[in-house]
Design a protein around this ligand. Structure first.
Ligand code: NAP
Length: 326
């Protein structure tokens, strides 16, 4: 098969399209013939040499894909050759074929094209596991999503609205904030011009956000805690603003607040399968019904993954950038 390889870490030009051994599905795995994959921030870190695949994972980048099942490994039931699926991956999506644990497969939702479906698994599983399974966002509560126009952000807005929450977002341009509003965001904060702590307090009668989904890590830690409501929950999923920060614990104590941080890729197979099962039960019906949809910025041929990485690194996108297999 052909796949993207990274012989040496570096800039986007480090991504090379070339021949690679075909993956062989092991016990409990299926072989998927890939229709499309999508770019995630973590792929950029992997390309730069800062985020190696976990032990046993494919060396090729790509944390999600869509495609058709081409073969079943031993011990797989409930899926058939030819099924149209999308999959959460620990790697290997930037390739013509990938082996996937059956517990990480989801059926192609009704009404969506197979390629588009590649934009779903990583963002839906990350948003569902953090906002709903860990932070337990409830109807009527306020969610603050940093990077509202990102792949993650566009899904977080839609899901939180579908479950009856009020949504605040940060973004760096007026155009991106407008797109967030179209998706349902109620409170819009331009992080380049406004203070999100102040804006969220103003919009919630001083209460603050019940749940915050954070991509910035260290840079926003103290201000995120300031922006939380009493009994608030901060879910950290990214480190775009660094990894080391100081925190005034008093702010956390007085608010009886909680901080969680997770990485989906490194979670054990059983935990990923439980997240995927919960997503299939709670989120897939909303996608089937057209209430929640993948936001696709553009499609780029997989062989030109370098161009796709440039777009994402420059934040020139809204939603997801798809990589379409030949
Ligand atoms: N832990 C996990 O399991 C997990 C899984 C998936 C993703 N993630 C993380 O989730 C984040 C989003 O992922 P993605 O793939 O959706 O990324 P993406 O589409 O590339 O988006 C990155 C976002 O960061 C925003 N941003 C940059 N500087 C900011 C600032 N100072 N304040 C607020 N927002 C700022 C950008 O906003 P503008 O474009 O408006 O500047 C953009 O929306 C990344 O940090 C990624 O690593 C974590």
């Amino acid at each position: 098969m052909y796949a993207i390889t990274i012989p040496e870490p570096g800039g986007p030009e480090a991504l090379l399209w070339g021949e690679a051994p075909d993956p062989v599905p092991g016990e409990g795995e299926v072989l998927v013939e890939v229709a499309a994959s999508a770019v995630n921030r973590a792929d950029i870190l992997q390309r730069q040499g800062f985020y190696d695949p976990p032990p046993g994972a494919s060396p090729h980048p790509g944390l999600e894909c869509s495609g058709r099942i081409a073969a079943l490994g031993p011990g797989v039931s409930g899926w058939s050759v030819g099924d149209e699926v999308c999959a959460l991956l620990a790697g290997g999506g930037y390739a013509e074929k990938v082996a996937v644990p059956a517990g990480q497969l989801l059926p192609r939702p009704q009404g969506l094209g197979l390629k588009q479906t590649a934009a779903l698994p990583e963002v839906v599983c990350t948003v569902w596991s953090n906002i709903f399974m860990i932070a337990h966002l409830r109807p009527g509560e306020t969610l603050l999503v940093h990077g509202g126009s990102s792949g993650i952000g566009t899904m977080a807005i839609q899901l939180a609205k579908a479950f009856g929450a009020k949504v605040a977002v940060t973004a760096g341009t007026k155009e991106k904030l407008e797109r967030c509003a179209e998706l349902g965001a109620d409170i819009l904060v331009n992080y380049r011009e406004q203070d999100f702590v102040e804006e969220v307090r103003k919009a919630t009668d001083g209460a603050g956000a019940d749940v915050i989904l954070d991509n910035m890590g260290a840079q926003y830690l103290d201000r995120n805690v300031q922006a939380l409501a009493v009994n608030g929950r901060l879910a950290i999923i990214g480190m775009q603003g660094g990894v080391q920060a100081e925190l005034n614990i008093l702010n956390l104590l007085t608010k009886r607040a909680a901080i969680n941080a997770t990485s989906l890729r490194a979670r054990p197979l059983g935990e990923k399968a439980a997240i995927v099962a919960a997503v299939r039960e709670h989120v897939w019906p909303l996608i089937d019904a057209g209430h929640v949809r993948p936001i696709v910025d553009r499609e780029i041929p997989m062989s030109d993954a370098a161009a796709a990485h440039r777009v994402v690194e420059e934040s020139g996108h809204i939603g997801k950038v798809l990589l379409v297999a030949p």
